[in-house]
Design a binder for this molecule. Sequence first.
Ligand SMILES: Cc1cc2nc3c(=O)[nH]c(=O)nc-3n(C[C@H](O)[C@H](O)[C@H](O)COP(=O)(O)OP(=O)(O)OC[C@H]3O[C@@H](n4cnc5c(N)ncnc54)[C@H](O)[C@@H]3O)c2cc1C
Length: 336
Amino acid sequence: MAPTDLLVVGAGPVGLACAIEARRHGLTARVLDKGALANSILGYPALMEFFSTPDLIEIGGHPFPVTGYKPTREDALEYYRMVAAREALDVRLYEAVEGISGTRGDFTITTSRGPHHARHVVIATGFFDYPNRLNVPGEDLPKVTHYYREAFPYAQQRVAVIGAKNSAAKAALDCHRHGAAVTLIVRGPALSDRVKYWIRPDLENRIKEGSITAHFNTGVEEIRETALIVRGPDGRREIPNDWVLAMTGYHPDFDFLQRLGITLADDGVKTPVCDPTTFETMRPGVYIAGTVCGGMNTGRWFIENGRFHARQIVAHLTGTAAAPAMPAPGHWKTEE
Ligand SMILES: Cc1cc2nc3c(=O)[nH]c(=O)nc-3n(C[C@H](O)[C@H](O)[C@H](O)COP(=O)(O)OP(=O)(O)OC[C@H]3O[C@@H](n4cnc5c(N)ncnc54)[C@H](O)[C@@H]3O)c2cc1C
């Protein structure tokens, strides 16, 4: 069977954008995902609203109409599903990529279901499957989660939220408003300056009035069935507790990237090394796209700017004129 021109690993917004762009330039493309379509978004808080307006997270030029101002998780799931269907993309789901052998023009991609052959490969695997762990005893107790879904399980419960960024702030407020007794535990002296300007005062006022308890400069040392052991300015103390929401961020699967022959920079955030214009890695014919490009700096690339990687990569593959300049990377306008 003839190899696919472009095999994309990851059916998130950016992976789908790459396949659409390739097809529009006359290339064949296939997308593989270890989970469902837009699997990361599927795992976001059930009732979340994106920070971006819909036009900023459209792909392939397909309009993204929503009735509200910002799309919800469900809006986005339906939109990306509809775009993949409209484009008749060759998407294979629940098929995890395990390795890539061969060289540019002749790659064999091994998956949980069998081999695929491709001339070029794009890795668009995001970061959402690997939480940044606290590495403390008790972290694997069933009461601990790194993925916040919704507040209702926590009504009338003592909930500790660990973290200082948007996800922690939103989870703390949401649980508080749904009847939980919330304690926020922050390693540093203050909330992150990335907390959105409309979320920060809400949380600060709840802390000030005492309806949410906050411990700053405080680290978690141990999680027990009915308590947390923390160390802060007043020394070691025990906080009675039923549930722990560890909102400490996520990171790409670095072992996977290295197994594929992708070099990680020694820059403190393990940025995958690639040509900044073409997104080709040090392994010729293998490209990276989307959030994964930022390494530990998961706020550098998001849907708004990551979707444009597709143009850069396909311009390189087809030898067409350089794609229009990328929007500058920077703080994502979204949560982490
Ligand atoms: C709560 C929250 C809110 C956000 N809000 C916004 C927002 O408003 N605006 C914005 O621009 N961004 C937002 N983001 C960030 C944005 O969602 C991500 O940056 C975006 O999903 C990145 O898209 P991607 O295609 O690069 O990666 P992902 O969407 O993470 O897709 C990666 C895909 O790769 C698959 N995969 C991983 N490993 C393998 C493998 N070995 N084999 C096969 N498949 C694999 C995964 O299953 C997944 O489907 C938000 C993030 C969070 C967590």
